[in-house]
Each structure stands twice: as structure tokens, then as C-alpha cells.
Design a protein around this ligand. Structure first.
Ligand code: BYC
Length: 310
């Protein structure tokens, strides 16, 4: 057996024994590459994900609502920071990762390419988008790579608040006037299917799943997590009087799961390839404010040089 094969075998034994892999440990090149891709894309999603909500800060219906929304958006920025730091443990710099995003070489979650048209969308994002993110990230907290798994623990706790604040907005609107109920249902109709797409393509078409599951980067499949999210969320929707916009939705008493209709995967790939409703807007906004903030990064670096020279 060659040294490479020997190392690979030992690595797999560590994975199978549920040991955490740490930055200085030996790892296959593809394990490293997959994690840089996934963690950096995850970080970009958090940061780009601040934009749809940022759209409503100045129009929040009360001071309470504004304070909560601001705190939530700030949390997303923090999640981006933990995740960029986790990816940096592989020796890749934040500047490189951001360059890849801005050049279209790195992705971010498809969900953030949809517009936020009404205040109810803040409810739908918190409840559905953060709700889907929790299901995915609770799984990622068991990831074999230590720094990523640990970042997930705190992120999941914060997402728990986000999900509840979104559900509170939806619940309040469903208890409000007919116009408010209609607004909440409209947000549900627009965000339901894109939220299901957050879990990625079906298992049969997921390019990375087999290898990522073998290395416990992902410990549960895209379809399994999607089903878990649906099972949880349908009950919550019904509880506050919302209709799930899926005529094929039905509860299977034998499997104890909600069966759902076909997902529009053409729409998903259109959005992922950069042609969703807001892809250009999101990227232009990111580039504009990244460039505008260059002086802050330069000042911070100058200060760091000054301190380390003394
Ligand atoms: N959107 O082989 P697959 C938040 C890509 S933010 C775009 O299944 P994998 C929040 C995939 O990258 C948290 N692209 O991939 C923030 C791959 O293309 P590449 C968001 C997607 O990686 C603010 C190709 O499709 N959560 O909560 O094994 C406000 C084939 O897919 C998507 C994360 O970022 C998608 N939805 O599994 C509110 C989760 N799905 O890279 C809330 C972290 C797939 O080969 N990521 N693609 O060009 C993951 O867990 C995994 O990457 C996925 C996909 C489950 C998403």
C-alpha cells in the first residue's frame, strides 16, 4: 500500500469512528476543496442574505419590529464572520473568497435571489428560510470538520430566535385584518417553494452528496432534510391558518410524512445559474458596498501594521 493509500485509509477510519478532523490534520485534497467550497458559499449566503431584509429596516411597522429586524440582520453578518473564519483555517483568505463570489465562481443560496415585496416577507423569511436553515445546519453541526461543526452550534441557537420572530410576524398578521391575512398568505405562496429548494437538488442529482456523506461533511441527504422541514412546517402553517400552496400535499398515515407535489427544478437551476429575479441586483449591491468600504479595510490594516511595529 502506498503512503497516500495508507493515509486515506487512516483518514476514513477516523471519519468512521466519528472523530473530528482539525485544521492541521492530514486530509484528502478533495475533502479540503469541498469544505472550502461549501463553507465559503455558506458564508456568502449569510452575507448576501442580509440584503432582502435590509430592504425593510426603514419601513418596519414599529420601533420594536425595527429593533428585532436590525438585531437579526446583525446576527447574519456575525454568522458570515464565523464561517469565513472557519474556511480560513484551510489557508484560503477572505479576500480570495469574496473575489470568487464577485466573479461568479462561488455560489450563495438560491433563496436570496427573490425580492421582498411586503412586510409579511420578513415573517416568511424568518419562519421559512431560517426554519429551513436550522434543519440543514443542525445536521451540519455533526459535520466531521471541527471548526465548521463548532461554528454551527452558535449559529443554530441564533437561528432559533430568527425562526420564532418570523413565525411571530406571520401569526400576528394571520390574527389581523383581512388585508394582513392576505399579505401573509401571499408571502407564504411566494416563499414556500424557494424554501424547499434551499436543500439543494434531489439526491439522485446531487453531484457532491455521495462523497460528502462518505466523509461526513453532510450526515443526512438533501431529500431527507427537505422532508423533515416539510413535516415540521406544514403543521405550523395550519396552526395559524395559512394554506400551503401545494395542491398535492397530503399526510400519509403509514409513513407519518407529508407527501408533496413536484418541485420546479428548472426554476431552481435558472436561479442558481445567475438568472433569478434578483441575482444581478444582489451582486451589484455587494460589489458597490464592498468597494465603498475599501478605506475601512485599508485603515484597519494600517492600524495593525502600526501596532505590530511598536
Ligand atoms: N442554492 O451536490 P449538491 C441563512 C449547488 S444563510 C445555490 O447537492 P452540496 C440566512 C451546489 O453548491 C444559510 N446553489 O451540493 C441568512 C452545487 O454546485 P457547485 C444558507 C445550490 O454542497 C440570512 C450544486 O448545486 N445555508 O440561513 O453537496 C437571512 C449541486 O448540489 C443550492 C447554507 O448555505 C442552493 N440552494 O449540497 C436568513 C447551507 N443547493 O458548488 C437566513 C450550507 C445546491 O458544485 N450548504 N446548490 O457549483 C449546504 O448545506 C450544501 O452546500 C447544500 C448543497 C445542501 C446547500
Amino acid at each position: 500500500m502506498s503512503t497516500q493509500e495508507e493515509s486515506l485509509k487512516k483518514f476514513q477510519q477516523r471519519i468512521d469512528a466519528d472523530e473530528k478532523i482539525e485544521p492541521r490534520d492530514w486530509m484528502p485534497e478533495n475533502y479540503r476543496k469541498t469544505l472550502i467550497r461549501q463553507i465559503s458559499q455558506h458564508a456568502h449566503s449569510e452575507v448576501i442574505g442580509m440584503q432582502p431584509e435590509g430592504n425593510w429596516v426603514l419601513r418596519a411597522p414599529s420601533l420594536r419590529a425595527k429593533k428585532i429586524l436590525l438585531a437579526k440582520i446583525q446576527d447574519e453578518g456575525g454568522h458570515g464572520l464565523y464561517l469565513y473564519s472557519a474556511a480560513e483555517t484551510f489557508g484560503v483568505s477572505r479576500a480570495e473568497m469574496i473575489q470568487q463570489l464577485q466573479e461568479g465562481k462561488a455560489k450563495y443560496s438560491s433563496i436570496f435571489n427573490y425580492p421582498t415585496l411586503t412586510w409579511a416577507d420578513m415573517g416568511a423569511i424568518g419562519w421559512l428560510v431560517d426554519g429551513a436553515a436550522i434543519v440543514n445546519q443542525t445536521m451540519l453541526a455533526k459535520c466531521s470538520y471541527g471548526p465548521y461543526a463548532r461554528a454551527m452550534l452558535r449559529i443554530c441557537k441564533e437561528e432559533g430566535f430568527h425562526q420564532r420572530q418570523g413565525y411571530e410576524i406571520m401569526g400576528k398578521m394571520m390574527n389581523g385584518t383581512p388585508a394582513q391575512r392576505e399579505m401573509a398568505q401571499d408571502a407564504m405562496n411566494r416563499f414556500w417553494w424557494p424554501s424547499l429548494m434551499m436543500f439543494g437538488p434531489p439526491d439522485t442529482e446531487s453531484a457532491h452528496s455521495a462523497e460528502s456523506m462518505n466523509w461526513k461533511i453532510k450526515v443526512e441527504s438533501n431529500d431527507k432534510l427537505r422532508q423533515r422541514f416539510i413535516d415540521r412546517t406544514v403543521e405550523q402553517a395550519h396552526h395559524i391558518g395559512l394554506t400551503v400552496p401545494d395542491k398535492d400535499l397530503k399526510f400519509n398515515k403509514e409513513t407519518m410524512h407529508w407527501e408533496f407535489g413536484p418541485i420546479n427544478w428548472d426554476e431552481f437551476w435558472t436561479v442558481v445559474k445567475g438568472n433569478g429575479p434578483c441575482n444581478h441586483q444582489r451582486m451589484n449591491h455587494h460589489i458597490h458596498y464592498h468597494n465603498e468600504g475599501a478605506w475601512v479595510r485599508e485603515a484597519a490594516s494600517a492600524y495593525e501594521r502600526k501596532i505590530s511595529a511598536n
